[in-house]
Design a protein around this ligand. Structure first.
Ligand SMILES: O=c1ccn([C@@H]2O[C@H](COP(=O)(O)O)[C@@H](O)[C@H]2O)c(=O)[nH]1
Length: 300
């Protein structure tokens, strides 16, 4: 399971905001410091239960360079806690620019003095719309620095089919992207047979997933859409290979702001947001485990 670190400022409990109230009038520093503190508390809570977090960079860029500072510090803290960090950055551009994006997020930059990793995430999401040459710099950088890539194959938003389901040469466009993703990842298989090039596959389109699993047997699936977007444990069963491996399921809002959702809303409320988040993580893990037991013969 992955917890998405998507800080919706309005939903961050006041008890955290109060710690920084003297900064309130200063541009974006206040928001950035609140966000970082919230993330630190969330990471401390969830670290015993999950091994991956996925900060979505949009929620940090929203607060300018202070927000980007909070993004970088969040990554640093999560890594110190032993978590794997996937940067949800959805990059993609002409090759020369793609190389800069790749070095920024999963590579290094050589300054006059030393080589430094600006963000140092373990993996990122990328957008294949510009074609193979736009993606090669990401694959090459990932290979060089032993990092991971997740290609957007079939996204979870309601209109994802508008382009991704168009038929080309008798196949849906996202199926063709899946075939390419499998090919791009073929020469970077790890010791367990999975590739460093994975795929983003939305849980909200579970009817498409069985086919995608067959097209990309060696790709890790990063699966958003669980919880706030309506997908449930039933929808994600087909994301896993028959041996019960190969998929990591993300939830962001339904975990971070569980205090605002039933049944935790009634039980805890905002002052006990930590208990609500902890219980929501435990429950989601349990739901995934049960699905694996039922469908894939998973044994503990
Ligand atoms: O197809 C996609 C690709 C990425 N996302 C991202 O995942 C999280 C989902 O958040 P929830 O609060 O659990 O809905 C968010 O960061 C999206 O940008 C996605 O939803 N679908």
């Amino acid at each position: 399971m992955i917890v998405g670190l998507d800080p919706y400022f309005k939903s961050i409990p006041d008890i955290i905001k109060q710690k920084f109230s003297t900064l309130k009038k200063q541009s974006f520093e206040y928001e950035a410091r609140v966000i970082l503190e919230f993330n630190i508390q969330v990471i401390d809570l969830i670290a015993p239960h999950v091994s991956i977090v996925k900060p979505q960079i949009a929620f940090y860029e929203l607060y300018g360079w202070w927000g980007v500072w909070a993004y970088a510090e969040t990554i640093k803290y999560a890594k110190q806690k032993g978590l794997i960090v996937i940067g949800d950055v959805k990059r993609g551009d002409v090759p020369s620019t793609a190389e800069a994006y790749a070095n920024a997020h999963i590579g290094e930059v050589c300054t006059d003095h030393v080589a430094e990793a600006p963000f140092g995430t373990d993996a990122i999401t990328i957008n294949p719309f510009l074609g193979t040459d736009s993606l090669l710099p990401f694959f090459q950088t990932a290979k060089k620095y032993h990092k991971g890539i997740f290609v957007l194959v079939k996204t979870s938003n309601p209109d994802s089919g508008e382009f991704q389901d168009l038929i080309c040469e008798g196949k849906k466009l996202h199926e063709i992207i899946a075939e390419r993703t499998y090919t791009w990842g073929k020469d970077v298989l790890g010791k367990h047979g999975y590739s460093a090039v994975g795929a983003v596959v939305g849980a909200t389109f579970s009817h498409e997933i069985t086919k995608l699993r067959k097209i990309m047997p060696t790709a890790y699936f990063l699966v958003p859409g669980y919880g706030a977007q309506g997908a449930t444990a039933k929808d994600i069963a087909c994301c896993f290979n028959p041996d019960g491996l190969g998929a990591i399921i993300n939830a962001s809002r339904s975990i971070l702001y569980a205090y605002n959702l039933s049944p935790w809303k009634e039980k805890y409320g905002i002052d006990s947001w930590r208990d609500a988040t902890r219980e929501a993580v435990v429950k989601m893990n349990e739901e995934i485990r049960n699905i694996l037991k039922t469908n894939h013969g998973y044994k503990e």
